[in-house]
Design a protein around this ligand. Structure first.
Ligand SMILES: Nc1ncnc2c1ncn2[C@@H]1O[C@H](COP(=O)(O)OP(=O)(O)OP(=O)(O)O)[C@@H](O)[C@H]1O
Ligand SMILES: [Mg+2]
Length: 215
C-alpha cells in the first residue's frame, strides 16, 4: 500500500504523521519504506537519528526528488509491503507525482492555517490526480488542534469539507501535544516514548488503524 502524507501548507504535521505511521508499521512487523521528498530532509533526519541511536525496529528511508518519483515509487512498491511518502509543504512536482501513484492521500491541515483557498487547491490537485489514478482516495486530517476543550477552531473546516467531492474528513484528528516533539527529536514515534503520553499514543494509534485497516 502506498500512503501519501502531503499538502501545500508548511508545518502542519506531515513529517510527524509520516514518521509515526512508519514507526508503527515497522513495529507491526511490516516491511515499510519511508520516502522523504522534501529537500529539508526532516523525515530522513528522523530515520538517521533512529539508526544512530540503534532504535529497533529500523525504519528504512530514502530521499527522492523530481519528476522520476512516480516511476521510482512504483518500482520500490515491488520491494516493500508499505510505502509512506512525506511530501513537502508546497505545490511541488513531488506532491503531484506522489498523488498519481498513491492508494491513499492524507492531508494534514492545522485549524489555525485553515482557509478555503487551501482546500480548493487540494481538491483541484486530488481531482487532477484522480484522472490518472482513479482509485485514489484523499482525506483531510485536522492536525495540531488545541487540547483545550473550549477551543472549537476545527468546526468551520469540518463544515466546509462537506462541499468538496474529492476530499473527505478523516475520523481521527491529531492534537498539539509536546509528546510529538519529544518523540521526533529522539527518532521515535509517540508509542515508543518513555514515559508514554497515553492520549498521543491513542490518537496516533487510531489514525494508524484508520489508514491501514480495510486495505
Ligand atoms: N501534533 C503535534 N503536536 C505538537 N507538535 C507538533 C505536532 N505536529 C507537528 N509538531 C511540531 O511542529 C513542527 C512542524 O511539524 P512537521 O515537521 O511534522 O510539519 P510538516 O508539515 O512536515 O512541515 P514542513 O511543511 O516544513 O515539512 C515540528 O517542530 C513538529 O515537532
Ligand atoms: Mg515536513
Amino acid at each position: 500500500m502506498i500512503i501519501l502524507i502531503g499538502g501545500e501548507k508548511g508545518g502542519t504535521g506531515k513529517t510527524t504523521i509520516a514518521t509515526n505511521l512508519a514507526a508503527m508499521r515497522a513495529l507491526a512487523g511490516r516491511d515499510v519504506l519511508l520516502i522523504d521528498t522534501d529537500p529539508q530532509g526532516s523525515a530522513n533526519y528522523w530515520a538517521q537519528s533512529r539508526d544512530e541511536l540503534n532504535i529497533m525496529p529500523r525504519v528504512a528511508c530514502v530521499q527522492k526528488f523530481g519528476k522520476g518519483l512516480q516511476a521510482e515509487v512504483k518500482d520500490l512498491a515491488k520491494r516493500y509491503q508499505d510505502i509512506i511518502i512525506d511530501a513537502g509543504g508546497r505545490d511541488s512536482v513531488e506532491l503531484r507525482s506522489a498523488m498519481v501513484v498513491a492508494n491513499k492521500a492524507y492531508i494534514p491541515i492545522q485549524p489555525s492555517q485553515f482557509d478555503i483557498w487551501t482546500l480548493n487547491q487540494m481538491e483541484t490537485l486530488v481531482t487532477t490526480a484522480k484522472g490518472f489514478n482513479t482509485d485514489l482516495e484523499a482525506w483531510v486530517v485536522i492536525s495540531r488542534s488545541s487540547t483545550n476543550p473550549s477551543v472549537h477552531e476545527s468546526d468551520d473546516t469540518i463544515e466546509i469539507l462537506n462541499d468538496f467531492s474529492s476530499l473527505k474528513l478523516a475520523s481521527t484528528g491529531i492534537k498539539d501535544r509536546i509528546a510529538y516533539r519529544k518523540a521526533a527529536s529522539g527518532g521515535l514515534g509517540v508509542s515508543e516514548l518513555k514515559p508514554k503520553d497515553p492520549k498521543a499514543t491513542e490518537e496516533m494509534e487510531a489514525l494508524y488503524q484508520e489508514v491501514f485497516t480495510n486495505e
